[in-house]
Design a binder for this molecule. Structure first.
Ligand SMILES: [Zn+2]
Ligand SMILES: [Zn+2]
Length: 376
């Protein structure tokens, strides 16, 4: 297992300038390597990066992006590691495979966990598997622990952690000091991160979503509602459906709710902050979301379309205002009733004909809400 890798094999060093050589480990993310390189030379990570890039405060930004090769080039000679090996350890290398346009310098990258960096302090954004760190000869952080479609460890099938199990702080390995010795230490409370913390099993559906996302990136396409779909369309489709799932608990989304119910999917109970993408959610929240998302994505598109039509959802309920609908759903969308404002059509019902189920459910929920308000 020590040599197993998914994203890059890592590399040894070739005639480094530094006295203590630091190989790049399999799947290691570049910030982890930078911190280990500093600790190995006996200095703090911020001191080392200040030496390499005197005018560039690396840790005030996302140190794993490396949009340009120029700063990476400065590492090649001292480390004895090639530019292409360093490039493979950056987030840019992965994000550009599913992002159509150029990646922004500062804004959040789609499907990459946002650090929420403020000066050198982080809000979150890095996850880890306590069992992996325990099993590592040399503990290190993996590239995939920054992916927002990852919530579990593929080796240990447990949920990843995004907070220190001792003090609840986010992981900030760049704030470690030379005397800490290795990266499996919390920079806030100095607690040990190896093999500690609650081992919660990761749901099979969330893990299946994660694997399908990996496949989309590694092989250029993956299954989406039983259709082989190109990488960028796969992620755009997943974003669209995750927004749909997050809307399902809104009080005005009865039809959407009954659509999910009819498919046997429980709408994930998530705090609803419109405008916050999956990149800003914590691991536990994403676990719920991705579990429900895969139940949708593994179902045949024709079947999903049938359930949508039965639920009575309108085009306006399916695609919310300002949202771009993926081409994948064009046909499904065309078959939904249009509720656009304009000359309002009155539903004509023969006397004695029963109301459709979704209408009854809507009336029932409205009544329940009124009763709840009265009881307050
Ligand atoms: Zn693990
Ligand atoms: Zn801690």
């Amino acid at each position: 297992m020590a040599t197993a890798y998914t994203w890059h094999p890592g590399t040894g060093v070739d005639r480094p300038r530094w006295v203590r050589s630091v190989p790049l480990l399999p799947d290691e993310i570049i910030s982890s390597w930078l911190v280990r390189a500093a600790l190995a030379q006996g200095c703090d990570p911020m001191v080392l990066t200040g030496e390499i890039w005197p005018k560039w405060r690396l840790w005030t930004r996302d140190a794993d992006r490396f949009l340009d090769d120029a700063p990476l080039n400065k590492l090649v000679a001292p480390a004895g590691i090639s530019l292409s090996c360093f490039r493979a350890a950056t987030l840019k290398n992965v994000a550009e495979r599913f992002s159509k346009g150029p990646l922004p310098e500062k804004a959040v990258w789609p499907w990459i966990l946002a650090l929420g960096a403020r000066n050198t302090k982080r809000r979150s954004g890095l996850q880890y598997c306590p069992a992996c760190l325990r099993d590592d000869g040399i503990p290190y952080y993996r590239l995939q622990w920054r992916f927002s479609w990852h919530v579990g460890c593929e080796h240990h099938h447990c949920l990843l952690l995004d907070r220190c199990p001792h003090c609840g702080a986010p992981f900030e390995p760049h704030r470690l000091h030379a005397e800490d010795g290795h990266v499996a230490v919390c920079a806030t409370c100095s607690g040990n991160l190896r093999g500690v913390g609650a081992i919660t099993p990761c749901s099979d559906d969330a893990m299946a979503f994660q694997n399908a996302g990996d496949e989309a990136i590694r092989h250029g396409r993956s299954q989406f509602m039983a259709q082989l779909t190109e990488t960028d369309a796969w992620f755009v489709g997943a974003s669209f459906l995750s927004a749909l799932l997050r809307r399902a608990n809104r009080s005005d989304a009865e039809a959407l709710h009954s659509f999910l119910e009819s498919m046997g999917i429980a709408a994930p109970a998530l705090p609803l902050n419109p405008g916050t993408g999956v990149e800003l959610l914590g691991t536990a929240e994403r676990h719920l979301l991705l579990d429900a998302l895969w139940k949708l994505m593994r179902t045949d598109l024709a079947e999903v379309s049938m359930h949508l039509q039965k639920s009575g959802i309108t085009r306006q309920g399916f695609v919310s205002k300002g949202e771009r609908m993926p081409d994948l759903f064009a046909e499904v969308f065309a078959q939904l009733p249009d509720n656009a404002r304009g000359p309002r059509k009155l539903a004509v019902r023969e006397p004695g004909q029963p109301r459709p189920r979704h209408e009854v459910m809507r009336m029932w929920r409205r009544l329940q809400r009124r009763l709840e308000m009265l009881q307050r």
